[in-house]
Design a protein around this ligand. Structure first.
Ligand code: ZN
Length: 306
């Protein structure tokens, strides 16, 4: 019943004649899917844009199912920004429900080639031609993050050209901060004695590893829905011992059980590595930024690669 009511509401909201004013508070209305897009759009939009995040706090984004009220929300916006079709396959359902020509649909990672993802058993040799075998976590390469900020900037200017100079100035500040962070990553990781890190989560840090010349091994595949098999776990334990790693990473979306099991087997410690798809409610309230999440990741990488 609740669903039906929401659906009817959605139909009413997009019916002609019921069109909401595009910018009710004089601000550019922007709906984003994942946290990095939300954070960049907020920074670039400043007080000229009202940016919201579609994903409720703490929700896993790969298999998220949009609710009818999400389509209502997007229909009221000027811009709908998602990462790419591999990251949010469910965004297509939202786009299909959006009034044509009213909302600008923005692919945040447009122009960035997706790297191949490892196969379901975590093995690294993925074939480029395989359907769906792509890694969508592009924002974890900080230069890609800069390109995404550029896509968001272009979309904001196209929709609200009157504030072009303002958006450009904010985007330039974000770009500077991303470049400085990238430089800190380079300097810190260049001196790390270990060049491999092991993650008890889903495959998300391939872009980061490639950028800084590290090797990355994850327990689960790219879509975050499967626990590793016992034989995969045994392989990871062997790798930990062979590489003499003192730390194993865990993530925010899956249970820490996998990393804890590996740690117990090998005497290693567990550290957090955040891919940043989403934040907890508490983190939103504290105003955690993408850059601060990545700084925390760098501290943990520095420790873990000793
Ligand atoms: Zn992911």
């Amino acid at each position: 019943m609740k669903w039906l009511a929401a659906f009817l509401l959605a139909v009413v909201m997009i019916a002609p004649g019921c069109k909401k004013q595009e910018q009710p508070n004089g601000k550019l209305q922007v709906v984003t899917t994942l946290f990095p897009l939300y954070d960049f759009a907020k920074r670039i939009g400043g007080d000229k844009a009202q940016v919201t995040l579609l994903l409720p706090p703490g929700v896993e984004p790969h298999s998220f199912e949009p609710r009818p009220e999400d389509i209502v929300r997007v229909n009221r916006a000027a811009l709908f920004i998602y990462t790419n079709a591999v990251m949010e396959p469910w965004a297509a359902g939202i786009v299909a429900g959006v009034e044509k020509g009213k909302v600008d649909i923005v692919e945040g990672s447009k122009g960035i080639p997706l790297l191949p993802a490892p196969e379901a058993d975590g093995h690294e040799a993925a074939h480029e031609h395989e359907q769906g075998g792509r890694d969508p976590h592009v924002w974890l390469d900080l230069d890609n993050a800069r390109l995404m900020a550029g896509n968001i900037l272009a979309a904001m200017i196209a929709r609200d050209p009157g504030n072009k100079a303002y958006y450009e100035q904010n985007a330039a500040g974000l770009t500077r901060d991303l470049a400085a962070l990238d430089q800190r990553y380079r300097e810190t990781l260049a001196n790390s004695p270990k060049k491999v890190f092991l993650h008890g989560g889903h495959y998300a840090f391939g872009y980061l590893a490639r950028r800084y010349g590290l090797r990355y091994v994850s327990a689960s595949a790219v879509n975050a829905d499967a626990e590793p098999t016992p034989s995969r776990l045994a392989e990871l334990v062997k790798l930990m011992r062979r590489e003499r790693l003192g730390y194993v990473y865990t993530e925010e979306l899956l249970s820490p059980r996998v990393a804890e099991t590996i740690a117990r087997e090998t005497g290693a410690k567990v550290l957090m590595l955040r891919a940043g798809h989403n934040l907890t409610r508490d983190e939103f309230e504290r105003g955690v930024s993408f850059i601060s999440l990545m700084e925390e990741n760098l501290r943990n990488l520095k420790t873990g690669l000793q």
